[in-house]
Write a protein that binds this ligand. Sequence first.
Ligand code: COA
Ligand code: AMP
Length: 623
Amino acid sequence: MSYPREYESSLQRTEAFWLKQAGNLHWFKEPSQACTLKPNGMADWFANGELNMSFMALDYHVDNGRGDQLALIYDSPVTGSKARYTYRELRDAVATFAGLLKKQHVKKGDRVVIYMPMIPQAAIAMLACARLGAVHSVVFGGFAPHELAVRIDDAQPKVIITASCGVEVNRVLPYKPMVDKAIELAQHKPANVIVYQRTQCQAELQPPRDIDWQQGIEGVTPAECAVMHGSDPLYVLYTSGTTGKPKGVVRDTGGYAVALKYSMDVVYGINQGQVMFTASDVGWVVGHSYIVYGPLLAGATTVLYEGKPVRTPDAGAFWRVCAEYGVNVLFSAPTAFRAVKKEDPEGKFLEQYDLSKLERIYMAGERLDPPTYEWTTEITGKPVYDHWWQTESGWPICANPVGIAEHPIKPGSATLPLPGYDVRILDYKGAEVATGEQGAVAIKLPLPPGCLTTIWGDDARFEQGYLSEFKGYYSSGDGGYKDDDGYVFIMGRTDDVINVAGHRLSTGEMEEILAKDSAVAECAVIGVQDSLKGQVPVGLVITKDGVTIADNELSERLVQLVRDEIGAVACLKRILVVPRLPKTRSGKILRRVLRQLADGEEVVVPSTIDDPTCIDELRERLS
Ligand code: COA
Ligand code: AMP
């Protein structure tokens, strides 16, 4: 089938299209209906189908003669360890760990928070929750206790699963004290904390609340797969919004399974037995979809990598992994490739490795800037694809549909909307703009399978945040345009969300933290361009009258405050103490003007500005 026919079919004959895709998976009871429309314009997907995600991802392959095939390869240059799990071994490890969770009374619908480094046990914990029908919520290991506490209070988990430590480049980070601190900060107290002890650091346990993973699984009865309905939640994944309170994106089970399987064929062209290396983290949606669930649903081998693109030990790290495991598809964020480019601009490391199996390279998490695209294409000689998606969508919205028909690549574009996504570019009134004109990128409802169903415990926030701006559409929060060939160019966020080294962060949240400091009267945090990380935050603060603290001292204090509250990943390293901020006459800080000043762009000063004289003063400080 050609792309236009497949695309039209997905939008015109939605029901038949998605039921056909659902037929590519093994259900306990096949769904008789794909889409049930809801009053808010969204859809429930495969609600009457019965399945278990863990079964589809593991047991099904074992039962069909692929038990000895590799399911997961663990490669950890930061600890010098490697491990391999066949589908049978992974299924057994998951069933056993699910048995331990069951022993702790975890059952269908209960929430389990997973705060883990990039070790196989993180994936095992996720799949074990899925096996029992418990809703997992993975929290990125780089987040500080306060962030973990906020998520604990929102998700109200029965159990937290963690490891004794994470290992960063040249640094062991004990996790257990952070979990203890988070539980202390949170109102909600989980019944148990299960700790996987790593050799790099032993965590102190407080029985009976704390359970040692390795001891706990001894003699436990492996758990069977629970029967789930298509619309039952599989997980909640928190992502940054415009305020300090993260949004718990709820993912269903059936729609997600169907969408992921479809994307493995259409976007990544990955088949049974092939190898996918997604260099991300299980704490992000990319990790959920394409380290854990997607490759396993496809019967492929996934590489779980605990390391960086550089410094572990060098800029050849990705190429080494690709060569060692015969990787067919490599996926990471542009920032990772920029890091490699910076240290090895001529691709010297690449020459040491046999990359003949590597077919394609994918990037997402931020816009793939044309120079990084050109460089990666040139030094690898492989096709390099940008594709656009979000935590909310769970799978790509725009991509080059190589599994249907490969389209010419246009640098700077994520290519075409995938089947199921009716992507439109709208002006502020909700009318479609002309080709080539920038606007808000929106998706006509209903969203296809796999996308978020709501915000955990807050339907009103979901509708307010995503469905209210343009009636009948989902607002993506991104701005962009389409060209004459229908290619979509995503140009950046239109809200207070920034992308720092592929990590999605809220400047609004950082502002809330800075504003808590006793010396700060007012503040603004903006994302400014950075050649490595894409964007980095910069804070501007006005101190209260009578404050005598030196600017550099205050700056250090505020940097530390954000590091303590959000975590080092926030990368807020620059704070400027300023006398004034540009504001409208109604008192709204003109963040766009600040961004333009910092990025050295032409500054468009709105006529509503209160005091234009502060612009020159700030230009000097920000440049
Ligand atoms: N646990 C604890 N701390 C973590 C962490 C984790 N999982 N991940 C990052 N951090 C810390 C780092 O140690 C660093 O701390 P420091 O300021 O004390 O040095 C800080 O957070 C910033 O980390 P990072 O953004 O990773 O910067 P870096 O300079 O160490 O590395 C890159 C830069 C580009 C190599 C790295 O960001 C990278 O590999 N990015 C790819 C991102 C990605 O995969 N995104 C997912 C979307 S696809
Ligand atoms: P996250 O939810 O963390 O995956 O971040 C999603 C956001 O990252 C999107 O809303 C975009 O702003 C940005 N993003 C992700 N992929 C791309 C891409 N290929 N091109 C442009 N922006 C992207």
